[in-house]
Design a protein around this ligand. Sequence first.
Ligand code: GTP
Ligand code: MG
Length: 211
Amino acid sequence: MKTLRAEHVGSGRDQAQWPRPDLPEYAFIGRSNVGKSSLINMLCGAGKLARVSNTPGRTRNVEHFRVFGGNGKAKGCDWYLADLPGYGFAKVSKGERSAWQSMLRTYLSERENLQCVFLLIDVRIPPQRNDQDMIQWLGEQGIPFVIVFTKSDKLSERKVVEHVSRYRIALKGTWNELPMMMITSATTGRGRDALIEFIDGVNRDSPTAVG
Ligand SMILES: Nc1nc2c(ncn2[C@@H]2O[C@H](COP(=O)(O)OP(=O)(O)OP(=O)(O)O)[C@@H](O)[C@H]2O)c(=O)[nH]1
Ligand SMILES: [Mg+2]
């Protein structure tokens, strides 16, 4: 298995605290506890890169990780991963929730090097209003995104297929063309190669990549 060399390069709520937008970037978003930080760790093959927790609401800032694609030499092969706070977490104050929400939307609409958003959805859970609102909003903003189902190890394959098609049906009401979907598990590594291949493909076409 190809391991990605990655390091944590920043944490912050404001644009001024984020790394300069000079490399292609990929963001992981989704409801609290869906497995964003776990998927980043799985992708990089590094156990403790991003902080994982049983307590929803663990990630509170935009956490940036730099992935070294060219053995650390060719800057043009490097890219950023951004781990974002989850939405839909009930146990924080209304004020804090709306501050996270607005940080998320500011990040998504203003981060100029953002190539694609991975919107994570727990494959066990039926379609939720806040995920559908986010999908709708990303579509309206013209922000490229992929739906990434997480925790597929928690269901039988039959149920995984059934739940993914339930999602397709829910989205068909508003979308002519369905967004791309991937099935993953941070526990088994399912979907890792497909995700890396996808990112490599976008990086090759990215105007931000140099060399
Ligand atoms: N079985 C299984 N458990 C998972 C998987 N991904 C995450 N988990 C568990 O789900 C919980 C939440 O994972 P996190 O990666 O912290 O989730 P998050 O989306 O980053 O959460 P916030 O930062 O709080 O929004 C942890 O207990 C993880 O171990 C998976 O693919 N399979
Ligand atoms: Mg997290």
